[in-house]
Design a protein around this ligand. Sequence first.
Ligand code: ZN
Length: 341
Amino acid sequence: MSLHEFIKAMPKVELHVHLQGATQPETWLELSQRNNVPLPAKTIEEMRDWFVFTDFAHFIQIYMKVSATVRSADDIEFMAREFLRGQAAQNIQYTEITYTPHIHYTLAGIEGKDQLEALLRAREWAKKTHDVDCGYILDISRNVTAEEGLWTADLAISGMNRGVVALGLGGPEVGHPPEKHAISFQKAHAAGLTVILHAGETEGPASIWGAIEQGTARIGHGVRAIEDAKLMAHLRETQIPLEVSPTSNICLGVFPSMKEHPLPRLIAEGLYVTLNSDDPPMFNTTLTNEFITAADVFGMDADTLIQLTYNAIRVSRLPNAEKAALEAKFKHEIELLKATS
Ligand SMILES: [Zn+2]
């Protein structure tokens, strides 16, 4: 078995992927037709062309237009099911899905609790039909007001122990530091809900320090820590995990080329690294492809990639007993895979 075949077949976990950003053009097209909300593309070929990444402005334009095709809680369940079907096809057995509920409340008036129930129905379906599980990170898009952020925090808290594993912070980083939504993070902490923030992607080390200040359990991206030796030392010491998404970083111009991406350096310097896809169809990638890229561009071997997978299990928000069970299951499956190669 080649390394590529091994990567495709190996069991995986993903911690940083956005439901809206991971929804395939086919699914958006179906929602567009079902709900009679026109998109700039009418066929799947046109959709794929439109989805080709050009720049951040185009990315946001796609994101806003496709989000408008969602009109009901059933649409959200459909999106989540289709996404989880795709995760299962990559043998991603557990996913922590970032989902931004406020946008569908704003655009279509879908109540938060109805959105949450739809997500939970999709999760049950995926468990039964594809034997894959997930947890939800409900995130605040950082451009909304602190008060609107609280709407998401309250919804996330209401879903604790029922599939919501954290409160997140995503969206445009520039001009919106983490402390803007401090009141939401304080409320989550007080309720015992984990907080996981994006930082250090389009903004530098100050944003990462800010996220740490807010008590983030992991850092979404965090790759620009390399600009600050003190921060690198802090991350090595504390082992706060980074959710690294190389292709996303290259598309958004965080680094000029994949060869210059600091993934190998972050690992070599002893930081806690996991590998993720972020918004896969929008960046023309998948989690499988991120592993293949790590192998092809950085020469990472199977054992290094397996280690990244165990890293993800260990810092997931699964209860400890479930983490141990999942890691044991993966070890067994990986041994079997290695034996056939
Ligand atoms: Zn992200």
